[in-house]
Design a protein. Structure first.
Length: 470
C-alpha cells in the first residue's frame, strides 16, 4: 500500500493538469446562407408533400423504377458500406476507453532442471487487464469524431438515395416526353408524305411544276429523318433506364407501352421561408457539418497526444505444478505497473500531427460553407427554371394553337389549288416547332419540380438530437 501512494499522488497531479489542456476548436461554423430567397417561390405545399412526393405522380412504373434504381445503385451500396465502416470505427473508438481483458492458458511438460530425470507438468491460466485513463480527452475526442462521421455517413446514404431517385425520375420524364415527340414527328412525317404523294400526282398530270414536286419529296424525306432521330433518342433513354434500374429491357418496353399523361398534381412542394432553414432539410449539408465536428474532435485528439499518458495493468494467475506425483497449486495476482508516459522528444512529429489536424478542420469548415452555398444555388436554379416553365406554358400553348390553325388553313388552300407549297411548308415548320416547344416546356416543368425535390433534400429530416450528443 505504501508503494501505491506515490503513484496515486502522481495520478492526482496528472488529473489536475488535465484541466489545463488547451480547448478544442468549435465543432460548428457560421452559416453562409443568404438572408432570403431571390427567386420566385411556388405557392402552397408542406414538408409532408415532399416526403410523399413520388406518390403524387400516381405512376406505378415510375415508383418501381425508382425503387429498383435505389436497390441497384452502386452509389447507394457504397454509402451503405461507409455506414458499416463508420459504425465499426465508432465501436473501436469506444472500446479504447474501456479496460481491455485478455485470458491465456498454457501447459508445459518436461524436466524441471538440467541433469534431473524427474519430469514435471505445469498448467497455468491467467487474466490480464489493461486500461488507459483519458486524462486529456484524447480517447473521448476520438469517440466524438467517430460518432460524427457515423452520423455523416448515415446522412450520405439518404443523399445517395435521393440523388438516384431524382436521376431516375428525370430520365423517365425525358423518355415519356421523347415518346410523345416521336408521335408528333410521325404525324408530321405522314402529312409530308401525303403532300408529296399528291404533289407527285399533280406533277405527273402536268398541273404542277417538277421543282415543286421535288420540294415536296425533300420535305417528306426531312420528316422521315426527324422520326428516325427522335426514335434513336428514345432508344438511348431506354438503355439509360435499364442501366440505372437493372430492369430487363423487354419488360421495361412492355410497361412503357401503356399510355401516359403528364401528372397534374405533383406541385405544391414546400420551400423553407429563408435559406438558413434549408440546412435542416439537406442530408449533404448535415454530413458536411458532422465532418466539421469530426475534424474538430481530431484536433483535440492530436493535441491530447502531446500530453502525458497514464496506464494501469494487472493480472491474476492460477495454475498447478505436478512433479514426481506431487501436485502444487500456484495462485498469484498483481496490480501494476501504474505507468506515466511523457513524450519528451519526437522531432516535432506530434506537433506536426496537430497542425495537420487543424488544417483538416479548416478545410472541412470551408467545404461546409461551400456546400451550403451550392445547396442555395441548386434551390434558386430550380425555382427559376420552375417559374420560367410555368410562365411559358400558357404562351407556348397559345402559340401552338395559333400556328396549328394557320398551318391547317394553308394546307387546305394548297390542296385546293389556291395556295403555294412554299407557304404551306413555312406554316408547317412553324406549327411543328410550336408543338415541339409545347412538349418540351411540359418536360421542363416536370424536370424543375424534380430538381426542386432533390435540392430540398427529398424529405430528409435532421436527427434530433444529433448522434454525437446522444
Amino acid at each position: 500500500m505504501k508503494l501505491l501512494r506515490p503513484l496515486a499522488a502522481a495520478a492526482g497531479v496528472l488529473s489536475l493538469l488535465a484541466g489545463c489542456a488547451l480547448p478544442r476548436p468549435p465543432s460548428t461554423t457560421a452559416s453562409p446562407a443568404p438572408p432570403r430567397w431571390y427567386a420566385p417561390l411556388p405557392h402552397g405545399g408542406t414538408q409532408a408533400d415532399l416526403r410523399q412526393w413520388w406518390r403524387r405522380f400516381d405512376d406505378p412504373l415510375l415508383a418501381d423504377l425508382v425503387e429498383a434504381a435505389q436497390a441497384a445503385s452502386p452509389d447507394v451500396a457504397t454509402a451503405g458500406a461507409r455506414i458499416a465502416e463508420a459504425r465499426s470505427a465508432r465501436v473501436a473508438a469506444g472500446a479504447a476507453t474501456l479496460p481491455a481483458v485478455d485470458a491465456s492458458v498454457s501447459a508445459v511438460r518436461g524436466n524441471a532442471q538440467s541433469g534431473v530425470p524427474a519430469l514435471s507438468t505445469v498448467v497455468q491460466n491467467s487474466v490480464q487487464v489493461s486500461w488507459e485513463a483519458d486524462l486529456f480527452g484524447g480517447l473521448g475526442s476520438r469517440v466524438d469524431a467517430a460518432t460524427s462521421r457515423l452520423a455523416g455517413a448515415e446522412a450520405g446514404w439518404h443523399e445517395a438515395r435521393v440523388a438516384v431517385a431524382a436521376e431516375t425520375a428525370t430520365t423517365y420524364v425525358d423518355l415519356r416526353t421523347c415518346t410523345g415527340l416521336v408521335a408528333v414527328t410521325r404525324n408530321d412525317a405522314a402529312s409530308r408524305a401525303e403532300t408529296a404523294r399528291l404533289t407527285r400526282l399533280s406533277a405527273d398530270a402536268g398541273f404542277t411544276a417538277p421543282a415543286v414536286a421535288a420540294q415536296a419529296r425533300a420535305s417528306a424525306a426531312e420528316g422521315a429523318v426527324r422520326v428516325t432521330q427522335q426514335q434513336a433518342q428514345c432508344d438511348l433513354l431506354v438503355k439509360g433506364l435499364v442501366a440505372l434500374t437493372g430492369m430487363a429491357e423487354p419488360e421495361l418496353r412492355r410497361r412503357l407501352a401503356a399510355p401516359w399523361e403528364e401528372p397534374a398534381g405533383i406541385g405544391r412542394v414546400a420551400v423553407p421561408s429563408v435559406p438558413a432553414a434549408l440546412l435542416a432539410q439537406r442530408p449533404d449539408i448535415y454530413a458536411a457539418e458532422r465532418e466539421v465536428a469530426a475534424a474538430s474532435a481530431d484536433v483535440g485528439a492530436a493535441r491530447a497526444d502531446r500530453f502525458p499518458r497514464l496506464t494501469l495493468t494487472g493480472q491474476i494467475n492460477n495454475g498447478w505444478i505436478r512433479v514426481n506425483g506431487q501436485t502444487s497449486n500456484a495462485r498469484t495476482w498483481a496490480i501494476g505497473p501504474l505507468a506515466v508516459t511523457l513524450p519528451l522528444f519526437d522531432g516535432g512529429r506530434l506537433a506536426a500531427a496537430e497542425d495537420a489536424a487543424a488544417a483538416r478542420y479548416e478545410e472541412a469548415a470551408l467545404l461546409y460553407a461551400a456546400r451550403v452555398r451550392l445547396a442555395v444555388r441548386e434551390v434558386e436554379e430550380a425555382l427559376v427554371n420552375l417559374d420560367s416553365a410555368i410562365s411559358r406554358s400558357e404562351d407556348v400553348r397559345t402559340a401552338y394553337e395559333g400556328y396549328r390553325a394557320s398551318f391547317l388553313a394553308a394546307e387546305a388552300r394548297y390542296r385546293s389549288g389556291l395556295g403555294s407549297l412554299i407557304e404551306m411548308e413555312d406554316q408547317r415548320r412553324l406549327a411543328l416547332g410550336a408543338e415541339l416547344a409545347l412538349a418540351n416546356v411540359q418536360r421542363d416543368r416536370l424536370a424543375a419540380w424534380i430538381a426542386l425535390y432533390r435540392a430540398l433534400g427529398g424529405g430528409w429530416e435532421r436527427p434530433e438530437p444529433p448522434l454525437a450528443q446522444q
